[in-house]
Design a protein around this ligand. Structure first.
Ligand code: MG
Ligand code: MG
Length: 262
C-alpha cells in the first residue's frame, strides 16, 4: 500500500468541499429512504445528485463497481450491490458512498433504520456509531494508528459485539484507497504515527454475533457467517493542528431524518 501521502492546506481545502458534497449526497438518500424504496432507486438519486454538483461518484467503476453507492442490508456487512428488492419495515441498511471533486475523494457510510427496528438492533447501530467517534478522538498527534484501532475494538467488545477483521479503514486523497490501513482492532501504540496532513477513513464494521464473514456469490457483498445483523459507520477525518477534523458530516443526514421521518 506504500506510505501515507500527507495533504497540504490547499489539498485539505479541496477535500473539505468533496466531503461536504458527500454529506449532502447522503442527505438526499436520507430523505427518500423508507419501506418500499429499492436500493437501485437510491443509487440513482446519489448518482444524479453528485453529477448535478459537478463531481463524480468515487465508487462507480472502481474495481469495476457498477454503482455509485454500496447498500448493505441486515446481515450484509459491506459492499452490497444495489438491486430491485424494496426495503422493508425493520430492515437496517448501510449506505456507503464516495465523491470525487476537484482531484480528491471523500468516503463516508451511515447505517439507517427502516421504519421500526428492533431495540437490540438499534443498540448495535448506536454502539457502532459511538465506536466511530471514539476512534476519531484517538486520532491525535503523538498517537499511532493502533491507538484508533484499539479504542474501537475495546468499545465494541465491551458491548458484547464483534469487530470484522477482513476489511479495514484506509488513507483517502487523490486515490480512494491510500496508505495506511486503519483496522478496527489491534494493539495501542502500534502502527503508523499520526501526523498533520494525514487523512483517513475510519470505518468500524460491527457484527451482532460472531465476527466471521463470508463473501457472497455475487463476488461483492460481505455477509455475516451466522446471518445476524451488522452495522457500518464511516467518516473521512484529517489531522489538522494535532487534532482530528471530521471532513465528512452526518449533520445533513440527521436533519433530513428529523424532517422527513419523525
Ligand atoms: Mg466507504
Ligand atoms: Mg472506506
Amino acid at each position: 500500500m506504500g506510505k501515507p501521502i500527507y495533504k497540504t492546506a490547499q489539498d485539505l481545502e479541496k477535500m473539505r468541499k468533496s466531503a461536504d458534497l458527500l454529506g449532502r449526497t447522503h442527505a438526499e438518500i436520507a430523505k427518500r429512504i423508507m419501506p418500499g424504496i429499492t436500493t437501485n432507486e437510491l443509487d440513482k438519486i446519489a448518482y444524479e445528485f453528485i453529477k448535478d454538483n459537478g463531481a463524480k461518484p468515487s465508487f462507480l467503476g472502481l474495481y469495476d463497481c457498477p454503482s455509485s453507492i454500496l447498500t448493505s442490508v441486515n446481515n450484509q456487512v459491506v459492499h452490497g450491490l444495489p438491486n430491485n428488492r424494496p426495503l422493508r419495515n425493520g430492515d437496517i441498511i448501510s449506505v456507503d458512498c464516495g465523491v470525487f471533486l476537484d482531484g480528491f475523494h471523500s468516503d463516508s457510510a451511515y447505517t439507517y433504520e427502516i421504519g421500526n427496528v428492533a431495540p437490540e438492533i438499534r443498540n448495535l447501530l448506536k454502539v457502532t456509531k459511538e465506536a466511530l467517534y471514539i476512534g476519531i478522538e484517538n486520532m491525535k498527534y503523538g498517537n499511532r494508528i493502533g491507538d484508533i484501532s484499539n479504542a474501537i475494538q475495546k468499545h465494541v467488545e465491551k458491548n458484547n459485539y464483534t469487530v470484522v477483521r477482513e476489511l479495514v479503514g484506509h488513507g483517502v486523497g487523490r486515490k480512494m484507497h491510500e496508505a495506511p490501513e486503519v483496522p478496527n482492532f489491534g494493539k495501542a501504540g502500534k502502527g503508523e504515527k499520526i501526523r498533520n496532513g494525514l487523512v483517513i477513513a475510519i470505518e468500524p464494521m460491527v457484527n451482532m454475533g460472531s465476527r466471521s464473514v463470508l463473501q457472497s456469490d455475487d463476488g461483492w457483498s460481505i455477509v455475516t457467517k451466522d446471518g445476524k445483523p451488522a452495522a457500518h459507520f464511516e467518516h473521512t477525518v484529517a489531522l489538522v493542528d494535532g487534532k482530528p477534523e471530521i471532513l465528512t458530516t452526518f449533520k445533513y443526514i440527521e436533519q433530513a431524518i428529523k424532517m422527513f421521518h419523525n
